[in-house]
Design a protein around this ligand. Sequence first.
Ligand SMILES: [Fe+2]
Length: 328
Amino acid sequence: MSTDLLAQPPLVDANPAAIGSLDELYKAFTALNMEGGWHRIKPALWREPAKNFLPFRWKYSDVKPILAAAGHLIGTDKAERRNLTMFNPAEGNIYPTVNTIVAAYQMVKPGEIARSHRHTANALRLILEGRGTYTVVNGQRVEMRPGDVLLTPNWAWHSHENVGQDECYWMDFLDVPLVHLLEPMFYEPHAEGLEKDVVDSDGGPLAFRWEDTVKRLEAVHGQDFDDAHASVQLGDPALKTIRLDMQRLDAGKPTRTCRTTANIVYAVVRGKGTTEVDGSAIGWSFGDTIAVPAWRPYRHVAVEDAVLLKVSDAPVMAAFDWLRASAR
Ligand SMILES: [Fe+2]
């Protein structure tokens, strides 16, 4: 039987229900899982980004001893990854560091192997301390050295192996909170524990080496940047959902105050200083993590020459024309 899709559908009977008061009206639509746009419990629109997440700092010197203790108590047999995620102290929050990004500290002991798995969340690592650890990404075995940044894009197999003498500490950054929000989460452990047919690699486009970053920063030092005195992007962008910038700050020279709709997590690669975020001063040194949530005015003041890794969701904001920034 064919239907004429161009024909007007018959009118639905619209005789008013027997509703004589506002109370009855509210009950009637609430029973249908509906809410009146004129009396919302919580507004649906507001003038500018709400400040739901809080500026915050995690000190590496506080975290490292705890992660070292975890090394004695939690083996890789018990944990697919030995990491500590940093949850923002916003009320009710138990996972994201800022709205779309989660950051974590991770440690792998000599002789340990973190098994291979893959997930739709994009991930990257910043290596803090320790040599002799390799990551295997889609069959490419890449050395991880301090200051390096290594990418694990959506659905790439990845495992880690420490064949050296040092405990290896690094930071992970993932877009898991964004995946939670949009719900395209898939995760798969490797059936054989580790990938076969692995080849040694310099990492190609998946690895940003510290010595290259230093050279690039020196080349642009003195040019004009908002929130740094030299800044280079890693990748373009590094991951579809995450932009990475390595930024150099000169001691004693504050950066300009700015704000952006992008959510940002900073990691301290070198140096010491303070980040002033929306009126609060957050001191930092090597290995620390600083959450700068969206639309919080901020500036940095380094007390010694410093390098920060800036991890942001700017590509997501830009993709939908939501990326805005202003001086403040
Ligand atoms: Fe992973």
